[in-house]
Design a protein around this ligand. Structure first.
Ligand SMILES: [Zn+2]
Length: 712
């Protein structure tokens, strides 16, 4: 462990005192003296903060017995091995972890893990929420002084943790306890609207009646819950469309009607930014002008299942003058979502849900004005948000190959494991609460299947050609052509040769390429090494458990095992969701399904089981059965999120006697191939879906909600 300059410097007077007391308490403890009885800021024993300070300074803190006991419990929680829970016990462990985090003993991922863990095991969340509000303000106040900065950071933390979006006013009491005047900030101009509306959402209409859409949107966009912003849009949209309708007579041409509407939109500030007004959709007027006949060539380009939905918007569309790319969730890995907006509508590329905090892409009004959704592939971080979108959206979503069917399996599985966790599940102001069974059914009903290499008009003037992305079965990159401007969205893609694919072959001549940068500037993968690892480890051990993601990874491993001859002399089995997906995508070989009545693994068995990070399912069950069997081996492969059982196993936190062999695999392009391809691209390069934070020469890495405007 590195020696940190601890405790960290802070300008916050009360926190300075807390740190100073912890230091003097530690001195006493190191001399073998008793720490005076008393409580810390969260009502915890004074030992807690001293224990974590000692740890950060590499000092022995064994004499601090109360803290040591809580620490033991915390370690069990990190391994998901704790069996009895109480709210008080949970809060104690979280408080210890918070102090440790402030002193650098834990990462933000650890802190998040623990909060999410409490959501899984503690039903009574109210006391935890109360603790969390204070914890987050305390954490943020170490490095921030003004109430304004503190509130902005608090909001970041709420989102990162996936906690409910508490009303700003709920932080004022905590502020008082910590000597920060949060209430004064909330009383200020910027918070006036959001404070009024979150208190009395039923009076939204009255509260914004003298404001333009832009003014009210600005007032709500930081702290206003998404569902309330959506409500605001509906109220203002109704007004602006009524006003426009008054100025349009039945004989007006489409072009003239658009001009009239644009004037109304501009006057009413029906816009979300300075540059462009919101899409003008004549088809949404109560009595729209007569539409224009659809060109037979264009008609042929519209997929049959999309024709009924799309024809009115095609008939009312005019040549778009401006394209806008809006990055809702794509910049980082976890909740992909990008809008390509035109003057009259647009398309949405992916709409994912982050498994780490159950967040979906950011909400912007343009999201309610799209024509179609294009899904690159069936991984939850690219499709998981669809049920939420489909609460209001009645259009279609398109994908290639088995993506439609696999998406259904994924969404059903997410529902089965209780996604999203309460309390957000029941919070009507949180859009994630719309992740429910009836919306999953709506998603299933509204799917359109496209084919690789075949061009389609999926929105007015938006022609799209899917290309095999070789990431998982059915994965597609999309080449999008709008008025001659070519945009390539790669989705997750793999240029490397793998057991499943020859490697993607994507065009290099697009004007803009928005690409998956998962392994940008990182180490390459060596699949021949992985084959050797499988051969050797499986030859020397039995049974062997290979935990792997159900979609893509499981199929690649099964084929590898087939190719290196393991299915011939060992009993290779696949089970659970991995098996269902393998059947659905049509990957076949000489492995078997695991019989329903098989409970235990035998020496000759090699089991490929879903749950790549071993967080649940049969991989975990059989690992627990075999962990103390020295003849057995477990072979995790691919990415492990911090503190998941797979991560714990690889980092030495999980006691075991079986062999653990990590096989490094990925379904994304390795760094060298990625760089070579990107260098060969001629247009503007935009990297999304990446953990990379530094500047990359000639490459744009957008921020959340950032927009690029392209004139046509
Ligand atoms: Zn993926």
């Amino acid at each position: 462990m590195t020696i940190l300059k601890n405790p960290p410097k802070t300008k916050h007077k009360m926190i300075q005192q807390i740190f100073a007391q912890a230091e003097s308490d530690l001195k006493l403890a190191l001399k073998g003296k008793q720490i005076p009885k008393g409580e810390g800021i969260f009502g915890e024993s004074r030992e807690f903060i001293v224990f974590e300070l000692a740890k950060a300074l590499n000092q022995n803190a064994e004499s601090l017995e109360t803290a040591q006991q809580v620490n033991d419990r915390l370690m069990l929680m990190f391994r998901d091995a704790k069996e009895d829970f109480s709210v008080e016990g949970m809060i104690q462990a979280m408080t210890l972890c918070l102090h440790g985090f402030v002193f650098g003993n834990y990462s933000e991922e650890d802190f998040r893990f623990l909060y999410r863990y409490s959501l899984r095991y503690i039903r009574k969340q109210a006391p935890i929420e109360k603790w969390l509000r204070k914890a987050v303000v305390y954490l943020v106040a170490v490095n921030n002084e003004s109430a304004k900065d503190i509130l902005a950071e608090v909001r970041y933390w709420i989102q990162f943790l996936g906690a409910p979006l508490f009303m700003p006013s709920m932080f004022s009491e905590v502020g008082n306890e910590l000597g920060i005047d949060i209430q004064a900030e909330i009383d200020g101009e910027e918070f006036r609207l959001v404070d009024a509306i979150t208190r009395h959402p039923q009076y939204l209409k009255e509260a914004v009646q003298d404001m333009t859409f832009l003014e009210s949107f600005e007032g709500l966009k930081e702290w206003g819950p998404d569902a309330i912003q959506l409500q605001l849009l509906k109220v203002k949209k109704k007004n602006v469309y009524e006003r426009a309708q008054d100025k349009i007579d039945s004989g007006m041409s489409v072009n003239d009607s658009v001009k009239v509407m644009k004037k109304v939109f501009e006057k009413e500030k029906f816009r979300t930014n300075k540059q462009t007004v919101l899409p003008i959709r004549l088809q949404e007027l109560s009595s729209p002008p007569p539409g224009e006949a659809v060109d037979p060539v264009i008609f042929e380009l519209i997929p049959q299942k999309l024709r009924m939905d799309l024809l009115p918007s095609v008939a009312y569309s005019t040549k778009t003058k401006k394209i806008e790319i809006i990055f809702l969730g794509g910049p980082r890995i976890g909740r992909s979502g990008i809008i390509i907006k035109t003057d009259t509508g647009g398309i949405l590329l992916d709409f994912g849900m982050s498994v780490a905090n159950h967040r979906i892409p950011e909400w912007v009004p343009e999201l309610e004005m799209i024509d179609t959704v294009l899904i690159s592939h069936s991984h939850l971080d690219h499709v998981g948000g669809l049920p939420i979108l489909f609460e209001e959206f009645s259009g279609k979503w398109c994908s290639v190959g088995p993506t439609g069917g696999v998406t259904k399996i994924l969404l059903d599985d997410a529902l089965k494991i209780g996604t999203p966790f309460p309390p957000r599940k029941h919070d009507k102001h949180d859009l994630i609460s719309r992740f429910n069974e009836s919306n999953v059914q709506k998603v299933t009903k509204n799917h359109v299947r496209l084919e690789y290499g075949k061009s389609n008009e999926v929105g007015p003037g938006i022609v799209v050609t899917p290309i095999d992305a070789c990431h998982i079965p059915g994965s597609a990159a999309y080449l999008i052509d709008i008025e001659g401007v070519k945009i390539l969205y790669t989705g997750d893609f793999n240029m490397d040769k793998s057991a499943l694919f020859p490697g993607a072959n994507l065009p290099t001549d697009a004007d803009y390429v928005i690409f998956d940068g998962t392994y940008w500037a990182r180490e390459d993968f060596d699949r021949s090494k992985v084959r050797e690892q499988f051969s050797k480890t499986i030859a020397d051990h039995g049974p062997v458990i290979i935990p792997s993601f159900a979609v893509g990874r499981s199929q690649e491993i099964l084929i590898m095992l087939d190719e290196i001859g393991i299915t011939k002399n060992r009993n290779v089995m696949v089970t659970g969701m991995a098996e269902r997906v393998t059947k659905m995508v049509g990957v076949t070989g000489s492995w078997q399904s695991m019989k329903k009545n098989r409970i235990h693994l035998e020496e000759s068995d090699v089991l490929v089981a879903g749950g790549g990070m071993m967080s649940g399912g049969l991989a975990r069950h059989h690992f627990n059965e075999q962990r103390n069997n020295p003849k057995a081996a477990v072979m995790p492969c691919g990415y492990m999120a911090p503190r998941t059982p797979g991560w714990n196993l690889l980092h030495g936190y999980e006691p075991h006697e079986c062999t653990v062999e990590y096989a490094r695999l990925s379904a994304h392009s390795s760094a060298t191939n990625l760089e070579t391809y990107i260098k060969s691209c001629k247009g503007k390069r935009i990297m999304v879906h990446t953990p990379y934070f530094a500047q990359a020469k000639g490459i744009m890495i957008p921020k959340y909600k950032e927009r690029i405007v392209i004139p046509t």
